[in-house]
Design a protein around this ligand. Structure first.
Ligand SMILES: [Zn+2]
Length: 110
C-alpha cells in the first residue's frame, strides 16, 4: 500500500513537471527532451499505481481502496485539504501510515 501511495505522489509530481515543461515550451523556452522524459516518468509511475491498485484490496469488502468508480464513496470516508476519495487514502498512507477504505469505511494501519 505504501509503495502504491508513493507511485501516485510521484506520478502527480511528474505530471506537474510535464505540464510545466509543456507550458514553458509553448512560451518559447528550450525544453529539449525533458518534456518527453518527464512524461515517460509519469507513465511509469502511473502504470505502477495501476498495477498495484488492481492487486491491493480491502480485506473487509474486497474492493480496491485507491480505485474510485462512479459510485458514491462511503459516507465516513475521510476528507483532507479539500480532497476526498482515493486521493485522501494516498495522502493518509504517506502522512499517517493509516487509511480508511472509501468503499466500506474500515480503518487500517499500514
Ligand atoms: Zn473496504
Amino acid at each position: 500500500m505504501k509503495l502504491n501511495a508513493w507511485f501516485v505522489v510521484s506520478a502527480w509530481a511528474s505530471l506537474l513537471a510535464s505540464i510545466y515543461l509543456l507550458v514553458a515550451g509553448f512560451i518559447g523556452a528550450e525544453v529539449d527532451e525533458s518534456l518527453v522524459t518527464a512524461f515517460v516518468i509519469f507513465l511509469c509511475f502511473a502504470s505502477g499505481h495501476f498495477i498495484l491498485g488492481i492487486y491491493l484490496k480491502c480485506p473487509n469488502c474486497g474492493k480496491r481502496p485507491t480505485v474510485q468508480g462512479i459510485r458514491a464513496i462511503h459516507p465516513s470516508s475521510e476528507k483532507s485539504a479539500g480532497l476526498d476519495g482515493w486521493a485522501v487514502v494516498v495522502i493518509n498512507v504517506i502522512r499517517k501510515n493509516q487509511f480508511r477504505c472509501i468503499h466500506c469505511g474500515s480503518d487500517y494501519n499500514v
